[in-house]
Design a protein around this ligand. Structure first.
Ligand SMILES: NC(=O)c1ccc[n+]([C@@H]2O[C@H](COP(=O)([O-])OP(=O)(O)OC[C@H]3O[C@@H](n4cnc5c(N)ncnc54)[C@H](O)[C@@H]3O)[C@@H](O)[C@H]2O)c1
Length: 279
């Protein structure tokens, strides 16, 4: 039966960054937030106008679109000016933005192209700082608000093909803590959701993504968390029910992060590694 929602975000207004196509995690978050009664602006980089289908989501959720490059101060200023005009203040921000330029172009970690590396950090991590900074400067962020960004366990552990993105996520999670301390006095909370591998445009840009996806799925007791379940978790964190949670990296990964090895993987590896079995 379709979930009709619980009205968890009734009366709340926000901005959701990073919905590109239906597979985007932010797309599912927007649908869940709409289901729970929120109103929001959908924002993405101007190039997404040509690459994605945000207008479909905007129509479905009755939301305005604002095209803003999250690495541009001017773009973010005009976005928050629109948010002020539209809503007065916003209760939530969802940062679901990421891009690894060296990863996309198969540049090894030992040989990073530094301009691309800077761009990766700027898009995937510093943009969170920039967004919160401009929200504060425009005096748009309501007391008691909630900010969420999307991370990956590659921030803590080495997933070899994740390369520079591990650095970007480590910085992202550090920005969460640094702002969490400063926003706490106003009752504003900020958290990172560390999500399972998910089949999206950003996900499939990582070499070896299918292997990483399968590995996590076999190791996690609940299996990989999909975008729809991530969206449900996100709305709980945007709601008042979680008002005392801040500065955390919250694992939404079916239990993957607490595992070492599972029977399923031992059996798979035994098959592969036992010499002479297939002869
Ligand atoms: N897919 C996964 O396996 C996975 C796992 C854990 C975390 N995440 C994170 O989830 C978030 C969303 O990614 P996704 O998997 O839904 O992929 P996606 O490609 O659908 O979303 C990434 C978004 O970032 C936007 N973006 C890129 N550059 C931008 C810029 N300069 N300004 C504004 N927006 C920009 C893209 O247009 C796109 O909408 C990312 O932070 C990603 O790292 C993804």
């Amino acid at each position: 039966m379709e979930n009709a929602g619980y009205g968890l975000l009734e009366g709340k207004r926000g901005i959701i960054f990073g919905a590109l196509v239906e597979s985007s995690i932010a797309w599912s978050i927007a649908e869940a937030a709409h289901r729970e009664g929120a109103q929001f602006i959908l924002s993405n980089a101007p190039v997404a106008r040509r690459l994605g289908s945000l207008d479909v989501l905007a129509e479905r959720t009755g939301s305005p679109i604002n095209w803003a490059d999250a690495t541009s101060d001017e773009d973010l200023q005009q976005l928050f000016a629109q948010a002020k005009e539209e809503f007065g203040q916003v209760d939530f921000l969802v940062h679901s933005i990421g891009m690894g330029l060296n990863v996309r172009k198969n540049r090894e970690y030992e040989d990073l192209h530094y301009d691309w590396y800077h761009k990766t950090l700027d898009i995937s991590a510093i943009s969170l700082h920039r967004i919160v900074h401009h929200a504060l400067e425009a005096e748009v962020l309501a007391d008691g608000g909630s900010i969420i960004c999307l991370s990956y366990i590659g921030a803590q552990r080495i997933f070899s093909k994740y390369s520079e993105m591990g650095d970007a996520k480590a910085l992202l999670e550090s920005i969460v803590r640094s702002f969490g301390y400063r926003l706490g006095r106003r009752g504003v909370r900020i958290n990172a959701i560390s999500q399972s591998p998910t089949r999206t445009v950003a996900g499939s840009g990582i070499a070896g993504f299918d292997a990483m996806f399968e590995f996590a799925d076999r190791l996690a007791p609940l299996g990989n968390a999909d975008a729809a379940s991530c969206a449900d978790y996100t709305v709980s964190l945007l709601s008042d029910l979680t008002r005392m949670v801040t500065m955390q990296t919250l694992y939404h990964d079916g239990g993957f992060s607490a595992m070492g090895i599972s029977d399923a993987l031992i059996e798979n590896l035994t098959e592969v590694l036992t010499p002479g079995e297939a002869d």
